[in-house]
Design a protein around this ligand. Structure first.
Ligand code: IMP
Ligand code: MG
Length: 174
């Protein structure tokens, strides 16, 4: 048993896999004539990045960055860079790969610092979107699933660093 807490199944592994291969096909078409750099925002998107990157049939590059914005389940609104990209981005079309778009504060901040480095373009691909929670003005071009305002874990998403290794995405119950 990988989880010893109350939970409710939201998205099964097979559903997630199917949706990611659809996203991969769309991104492959859209970025055919571009210079794609996938940027994963750690840690939550590490599994999504792994599956999404392999579903894109293009000669692409991958980089990682990490920011911290949450303590427990609550948004502090504070976004701090824990570590930065290893590649210069000027020649690239950046696609940010995120686990979940919630208030949007984190991604709004990341998009603005990346745009300051003058890449060819910056777009967002998020596996999950909680549209009713949006505070910051940010739009994802690619969305895996729109979900209700519930705290979810699994498939990379954590609660206090736990449950990232669940195959499914589940709603954590108090
Ligand atoms: P935002 O700045 O509010 O959009 O926060 C996005 C980040 O908050 C995500 O990258 C996650 O790390 C975290 N987060 C938001 N909602 C959840 C959730 O339901 N489960 C786990 N992490 C979440
Ligand atoms: Mg995250």
């Amino acid at each position: 048993m990988k989880i010893n807490s109350n939970y409710e199944l939201l998205l099964r592994e097979e559903e997630i896999k199917k949706r990611i291969s659809e996203l991969g096909e769309i991104i492959t078409k859209d970025y055919r004539d571009k210079n794609l750099l996938l940027v994963s925002v750690l840690k939550g998107s590490f599994i999504f990045m792994s599956d999404l990157s392999r579903s894109i049939d293009l000669d692409l590059k991958i980089d990682f960055m990490s920011v911290s914005s949450y303590i427990g389940t609550e948004s502090t609104g504070v976004v701090r860079i824990l570590f930065d990209l290893s590649l210069p981005v000027t020649d690239f079309d950046i696609l940010l790969v995120e686990d979940i778009l919630d208030s949007g504060r984190t991604l709004k901040y990341i998009v603005s610092i990346l745009k300051d480095r003058n890449p060819r373009s910056v777009e967002i691909c998020t596996l999950l979107d909680k549209p009713t929670r949006r505070v910051a003005d940010v739009d994802a071009k690619y969305i895996g699933f729109s979900i209700p305002d519930e705290f979810v874990v699994g498939y990379g998403l954590d609660y206090n660093e736990k449950y990232r290794n669940l195959n499914d995405i589940v709603i954590l119950k108090p």
